[in-house]
Design a protein around this ligand. Structure first.
Ligand code: ADP
Ligand code: MG
Length: 728
C-alpha cells in the first residue's frame, strides 16, 4: 500500500486523546509558569524589589548586585518548579525562536555538585549562534554574538527550562534580531508621543504601543503531513486538485469546532494560560481545517514574545493530538490562506487609549491628533509597510481575494471620513471664528461612543480603523509581528516629530495652541487623502483607482524589499535611532536570501515529486489504458473499435501531453535554478527565483493537478485535499 492509503487508514483509526482535566477556574493557574513581578516580590526582600522595579524602568543596565539578587530569586523559583536548565530565549532573523540550554548544575569537586546561576549569567551570554542569519554583520573573525536580558518581558518555564527573553546583538553592537529594533522603536515613539500628549495633558509621561494579534492556522492529521513531502518540507502543498467541496458552503466559519480540534485547543489553552499568555478567543475560520485564536492585547514587546511562544507551544501540543499546525500563508490552493491581524493602538501611563475617541472636545482633539498623524504616516510610507510583510509565503495570499491586496491603504469608515471633511472645510488656513471652533468641537464631542463600537467594517482593507485601534491585516500568519510593529512605531515616531515641529512653528507665530494643532491637522488631512479608501479593496476598480492615485502595487517580495534600499527609509530609521543603515541593509540581504531559499526548496521538492511520484504513477496508469486499448482492438470488430476507442485515445494523449510538459518544465526549472544559484548578489538571485523559477512552480502544478483527475484514484501517490481537509 502506498503512503497515502497508510495515512488515510491511520487518520481514520485515530484514537481520541482523552480530554485532560484542567481546572475550570483559569485564574487559579494563569501565569503559574511565569516569573512575574508578584513572584519576584515574594522571593526578594522588600527594598530590593523596589530598587529592581525602578531600575527596570530606566534605560541604563541593571547593576551587578541587583542582577545577582534577581538571578538567585529566579533560580530558587525555577528549581522549585522542577526546572533543571536555563536559556536565553531570543528572536533571531530567521523568524523562529532560539534557545541554547545550560544546566543549573555545576560540578563542585569529586562526586558533588551545586546548582548555580548568577547575575552575570542572567544579564548577558555569548551563545555564539554563528549559524543564524546575520546579513554579513558577522563576517569578521570577531564574529561573536551576544544575548542580553530584556527585563521588560517576563521569564518563564517551558519544558523544565527557565527561558529568559533577551535581545541578540553582534560583537559590534549591531542588532541580529527583531527585539532590539522593536525596543528602540518603542523608545523613539514614547519620547515624541509623550511630548505631543503633553500639549493636551501634562499627566501623561509615557506612551507605548499595544498589540493584539489574531493568529490563523490550519491543522492536519500528522499522518497526512508526513505522507506529503511538500507539506513536510515546505509547509504547503505544491500540488493538489481542489476538492469538489471546499469552502463554498460557508459552513466551516464559526461552525461547531470538531471534537478532535477542540481537545487540542483546550490542552493548548491550558499551556498558554500557565505561561501567562492571555488567549481569549477561538473559532473555526473560513476554510475547512482552518482556525483562529486571539488573546487580549498587551504591550507590543510582550505581545510579540507571546505570539512567538504561542506558535511554539501550539506545535508541541498539536503533536500530542497527532496533529500538525500549518502556519504557512497558503498551505492549500483554491481555499483561503492564513493571516495574522495585528491590532495596533497606543496607550499611556495614565491608562488612556490614544486611538479611542473621548467624550470631551479636548480628548477628542487628542484622539484626532494621533488618528490623523497615523494616517499621514502610512500615507508617507506605504511601500515600507508593504516591505514589512513581504515574504514568499505571503505573496501567495496578498491580493488573492481573501486577503488585502498588495496595495496599502487605510479604511476609517464614513463617520470619521465625515469628521475629517468637516475639519478640512472649516479650519482652512484662516483663523476660525469662535463660533466655528465651538461648533467643530461640539461636533467632535457629540459623537456618541456607540458609533465607534459599530464602526462600519471593511474586511477587505489592509489597514482598517476599528473603533479604538488600527487593524493591520496584511501580515502573514507565519510572520513574527516584529517587523510590522517596528515599521508602525517608527513611521509614527517620525511623523509625530514633524507634527511637533509644524505646531511649534505656528505657535511661534503667535497662533494659539488649539488653533495651531487644528491647522496642522487640516494640512495633513489634505495630504493623506490619497491613502484613504472606503470601497472594496478586492475589486479591479480599486487596482485601477490606486494606480491613478500613484499608490504602489507591489506584487512580489523582491520588489517590495527594494524599499529598504531607499535613502528616505534609511534616514527615517537612522534619525529615529531604530536601525543604522548597515543594519537595515543586512536585513534587506537576509530577507532576499530567505526568499530565494524558500523558492529553491519548493522548486527542488516539486521537481522530486514530479519525477518520482507523479510521472511514474501517470505512466503506470497510461500503460493500463494502452493495454486495454490493445485488448479492445483484438476483441472488437473494427467499426465498433473505432467508435469506442476515441475517448480512450484522447485520455492517453492527454496524459502524454501532461507528462511531457511536466518533464520538460522540470528540466528547464532546474537549469534556471542553477543559473540563479550561481548569483552572488542576494537581490539578483531573489529576482531570478521570483521571475524565472516561480512561474515553473505554477506551470508544473497546473499539469500535475490535471493528471490528478485523470489517473486512477487507487494509483495516485499523494494524499488528496479531500482526504486531508475535513477533520472531524
Ligand atoms: P474583532 O476585531 O474580531 O471584532 P475585537 O475588536 O474585540 O474583535 O478585538 C480583536 C483583537 O483586537 C484582539 O486581539 C484584541 O486584543 C485586540 N485589541 C482590542 N483593543 C486593542 C487595543 N487597544 N490595542 C491593541 N489591540 C487591541
Ligand atoms: Mg479583528
Amino acid at each position: 500500500m502506498n503512503n497515502r492509503f497508510n495515512a488515510v487508514r491511520s487518520a481514520i483509526d485515530h484514537k481520541e486523546v482523552p480530554l485532560s482535566d484542567h481546572p475550570s477556574r483559569v485564574s487559579e493557574y494563569f501565569g503559574e509558569d511565569v516569573f512575574s513581578h508578584n513572584i519576584m516580590r515574594d522571593y526578594l526582600p522588600r527594598g530590593v524589589y523596589r530598587d529592581i522595579m525602578e531600575s527596570i524602568d530606566r534605560p541604563e543596565p541593571i547593576d551587578n548586585k541587583l542582577a545577582d539578587l534577581i538571578a538567585s530569586a529566579m533560580k530558587a523559583w525555577a528549581i522549585s518548579k522542577g526546572a533543571t536548565h536555563y536559556t536565553h530565549w531570543f528572536l533571531p532573523l530567521n523568524g523562529a525562536t532560539a534557545e541554547k540550554h545550560d544546566a543549573f548544575f555545576t560540578p563542585a569537586g569529586p562526586g558533588s555538585s551545586i546548582e548555580q546561576f548568577d547575575g552575570s549569567q542572567l544579564v548577558q551570554q555569548e551563545p555564539d549562534a554563528s549559524s543564524l542569519p546575520s546579513g554579513g554583520l558577522r563576517n569578521t573573525f570577531e564574529a561573536r554574538g551576544y544575548t542580553a536580558w530584556d527585563p521588560s518581558s517576563p521569564s518563564f518555564i517551558m519544558d523544565r527550562t527557565l527561558c529568559i527573553p533577551t535581545i541578540f546583538i553582534a560583537y559590534t553592537g549591531e542588532a541580529l534580531d527583531y527585539k532590539t529594533p522593536l525596543i528602540k522603536s518603542m523608545t523613539a515613539l514614547d519620547e515624541v508621543a509623550t511630548e505631543v500628549c503633553q500639549l493636551f495633558d501634562r499627566n501623561i509621561n509615557k506612551v507605548f504601543p499595544t498589540l493584539g494579534w489574531e493568529q490563523e492556522y490550519f491543522l492536519v492529521d500528522k499522518h497526512f503531513f508526513y505522507s506529503r513531502p511538500d507539506l513536510t518540507l515546505c509547509g504547503r502543498t505544491l500540488c493538489g486538485h481542489t476538492p469538489a467541496r471546499g469552502q463554498q458552503m460557508e459552513d466551516h466559519y464559526f461552525g461547531s469546532i470538531p471534537q478532535r480540534v477542540s481537545a487540542f485547543m483546550k490542552d493548548f489553552e491550558y499551556a498558554a494560560w500557565r505561561l501567562g499568555i492571555p488567549v481569549k478567543t477561538r473559532h473555526n475560520e473560513v476554510a475547512p481545517n482552518q482556525f483562529e485564536l486571539a488573546p487580549v492585547y498587551e504591550e507590543a514587546n510582550i505581545a510579540i514574545d507571546h505570539n512567538q511562544l504561542v506558535m511554539v507551544v501550539m506545535e508541541k501540543i498539536a503533536l500530542k493530538h497527532d496533529l500538525r499546525v500549518l502556519y504557512h500563508e497558503k498551505p492549500f490552493a483554491g481555499i483561503n490562506g492564513s493571516g495574522k491581524h495585528n491590532n495596533y493602538s497606543l496607550a499611556t501611563d495614565t491608562g488612556k487609549n490614544l486611538l479611542s475617541p473621548g467624550h470631551t472636545p479636548k480628548t477628542n482633539l487628542l484622539f484626532l491628533t494621533f488618528f490623523i498623524n497615523f494616517i499621514k504616516a502610512v500615507g508617507d510610507y506605504p511601500g515600507l509597510l508593504r516591505a514589512a510583510i513581504a515574504t514568499a509565503g505571503n505573496d501567495h495570499r496578498l491580493g488573492a481575494n481573501e486577503a488585502p491586496p498588495a496595495i496599502m491603504s487605510v479604511f476609517i469608515g464614513s463617520q470619521l471620513t465625515g469628521i475629517l471633511d468637516e475639519i478640512e472645510k472649516k479650519v482652512k488656513n484662516r483663523k476660525m471664528t469662535p463660533d466655528e471652533k465651538t461648533e467643530l468641537k461640539l461636533n467632535i464631542g457629540k459623537i456618541p461612543k456607540i458609533i465607534f463600537d459599530n464602526t462600519d467594517r471593511n474586511r477587505t482593507s489592509p489597514l482598517a480603523f476599528t473603533g479604538n485601534k488600527f487593524e493591520f491585516r496584511a501580515v502573514g500568519s507565519s510572520a513574527n509581528c516584529g517587523p510590522s510593529m517596528i515599521v508602525l512605531n517608527t513611521i509614527l515616531a517620525g511623523q509625530l516629530k514633524l507634527f511637533r515641529q509644524d505646531v511649534n512653528t505656528l505657535m511661534k507665530g503667535k497662533v494659539s495652541k488649539d488653533e495651531a494643532i487644528l491647522r496642522v491637522l487640516r494640512k495633513y488631512i489634505g495630504k493623506s487623502r490619497y491613502i484613504l479608501f472606503e470601497g472594496n479593496n478586492y475589486s479591479e476598480e480599486w487596482v485601477r483607482e490606486a494606480a491613478r492615485r500613484g499608490l504602489p502595487n507591489i506584487k512580489n517580495t523582491p520588489a517590495a524589499l527594494k524599499e529598504y534600499k531607499s535613502d528616505k527609509i534609511a534616514n527615517l530609521f537612522s534619525e529615529t535611532g531604530v536601525l543604522t543603515k548597515k543594519e537595515l541593509l543586512a536585513r534587506y540581504e537576509i530577507r532576499m536570501e530567505q526568499y530565494a531559499k524558500v523558492l529553491q526548496i519548493e522548486s527542488r521538492v516539486l521537481g522530486d515529486l514530479a519525477g518520482n511520484h507523479i510521472i511514474p504513477a501517470a505512466i503506470k496508469y497510461q500503460n493500463i489504458l494502452i493495454e486495454n486499448l490493445r485488448g479492445l482492438k483484438e476483441t472488437l470488430p473494427e467499426a465498433l473499435f473505432n467508435e469506442h476507442s476515441s475517448l480512450q485515445i484522447h485520455t492517453i494523449t492527454k496524459i502524454s501531453e501532461h507528462i511531457s510538459v511536466i518533464k520538460e518544465s522540470v528540466s528547464k526549472m532546474i537549469a534556471t535554478r542553477k543559473k540563479a544559484n550561481a548569483m552572488s548578489d542576494p537581490a539578483k538571485k531573489a529576482y531570478t527565483y521570483s521571475e524565472e523559477v516561480g512561474p515553473f512552480l505554477d506551470l508544473i502544478r497546473y499539469h500535475i493537478d490535471k493528471l490528478e483527475i485523470l489517473v486512477d484514484d487507487q494509483m495516485w501517490p499523494l494524499t488528496k485535499y479531500r482526504e486531508m481537509l475535513f477533520i472531524k
